[in-house]
Design a protein around this ligand. Structure first.
Ligand code: 3HC
Length: 303
């Protein structure tokens, strides 16, 4: 009977305290938008150094957002940055933090075992009402949720880089995600200022399922020598209206990230030619050329 009640209940609950696990580029971005939309946020990382790096990055990004919002009114910008930063705290003690949180959003390394272990370790500590969410871009949500007893309170919340700028949030429902969890997640996404879409738990959800094969096809085109990277980028910007060409985007997102996503999908679907490994991509990753973050990818960013 309980199960039936849970499934038919569609009214969500209100999220006040948000815990973000992993304060890299995505985690920091999520923490930032949660704070600017009035939530209390705790970022959890492995050590203080990583938390400090995240705080600095968020502060910089808040200044950009503040400048846009308040034009050149310095005092308003400073106030906005300070107020938002005050809502964010950092911790290295995950099991204490999750005792009092309404939602946990995981944004750590793309590795199924690591994610499964993490969620199963906090399942018995977190309040029964706490929703667990993953920001994974390529791993099935249902697989990540397997180690927990809260399949009905588990969903995907997939954000896009740069999180403060990109307006979309993919809300991923597994067959077990309850109506109440889904409603809470949608309401939370709207409160963050995002436009939410609903997706099933399929590889890449909507955006990455289309975007990753597109970027892969661009690399194959370059490998064949059909056109230069710069010309392909110009073509897609001016001929298709994309803000960045596929190589600029790969460098921006991280070539290692794209390669990792392709690798995970190739394992699940070895017969799908779209996910076939690409020698040029593998070579760049082997050479440590990950894109902007490493100073070189398809383009050079060394000053
Ligand atoms: N924080 C805050 N504000 C930022 C920002 C950040 N990190 N990055 C950019 N901005 C703001 C700038 O301040 C600027 O504001 P303004 O309009 O007031 O000047 C505005 O965004 C535009 O930035 P720029 O002028 O520096 O440069 P662009 O006009 O080229 O925009 C871009 C940058 C928003 C990144 C744009 O090029 C873009 O939309 N690119 C495509 C990004 C994309 O496709 N992302 C999805 C990747 S896939 C993904 O994330 C999924 C994952 O699972 C892999």
């Amino acid at each position: 009977i309980n199960h039936v009640i849970k499934r038919t209940m569609s009214s969500g609950s209100v999220i006040n305290h948000v815990t973000i696990i992993g304060a890299g580029l995505m985690g920091s971005g999520i923490a930032q938008v949660a704070a600017t939309s009035g939530h209390r946020v705790t970022m959890v990382e492995l050590d203080e150094k990583l938390l400090d790096k995240a705080r600095k990055g968020i502060e910089k990004s808040l200044e950009r957002v503040g400048k846009k919002q308040f034009k050149d009114e310095e005092s308003k910008i400073t106030g906005f940055v300070k107020e938002s930063m005050n809502r964010i705290s950092g911790s290295t003690d995950l099991s204490t933090v999750v005792k009092d949180t309404d939602i946990v959003i995981e944004a750590i390394v793309e590795n199924l075992e690591v994610k499964q272990k993490l969620f199963s370790s906090i399942d018995s500590v977190a309040k029964p009402s706490t929703i667990f969410a993953s920001n994974t871009s390529s791993i099935p949500i249902n697989e990540i949720a397997k180690g927990t007893q809260r399949l009905d309170r588990f969903c995907g919340l997939h954000f896009f880089n740069p999180v403060p700028v990109m307006k979309l949030l993919e809300v991923v429902r597994t067959p077990e995600t309850s109506d109440a969890t889904y409603t809470t997640a949608m309401d939370f996404g709207k409160k963050l200022g995002k436009t939410c879409i609903t997706c099933k738990d399929t590889p890449g959800f909507v955006v990455n399922r289309l975007l990753v094969p597109y970027m892969a096809e661009a690399v194959r085109m370059l490998e064949r020598g059909d056109a230069t990277a710069r010309d392909i980028d110009i073509a897609m910007k001016l001929g298709a209206g994309y803000p960045m060409g596929p190589f600029e985007l790969s460098d921006y997102v991280g070539i290692d990230t794209t390669q990792k996503i392709m690798g995970i999908w190739h394992k699940i679907y070895p017969d799908n030619p779209l996910f076939e490994p690409i020698p040029m991509l593998n070579k760049l990753v082997e050479e440590g050329k990950f894109g902007m973050k490493s100073g070189e990818g398809f383009y050079s960013y060394k000053k």
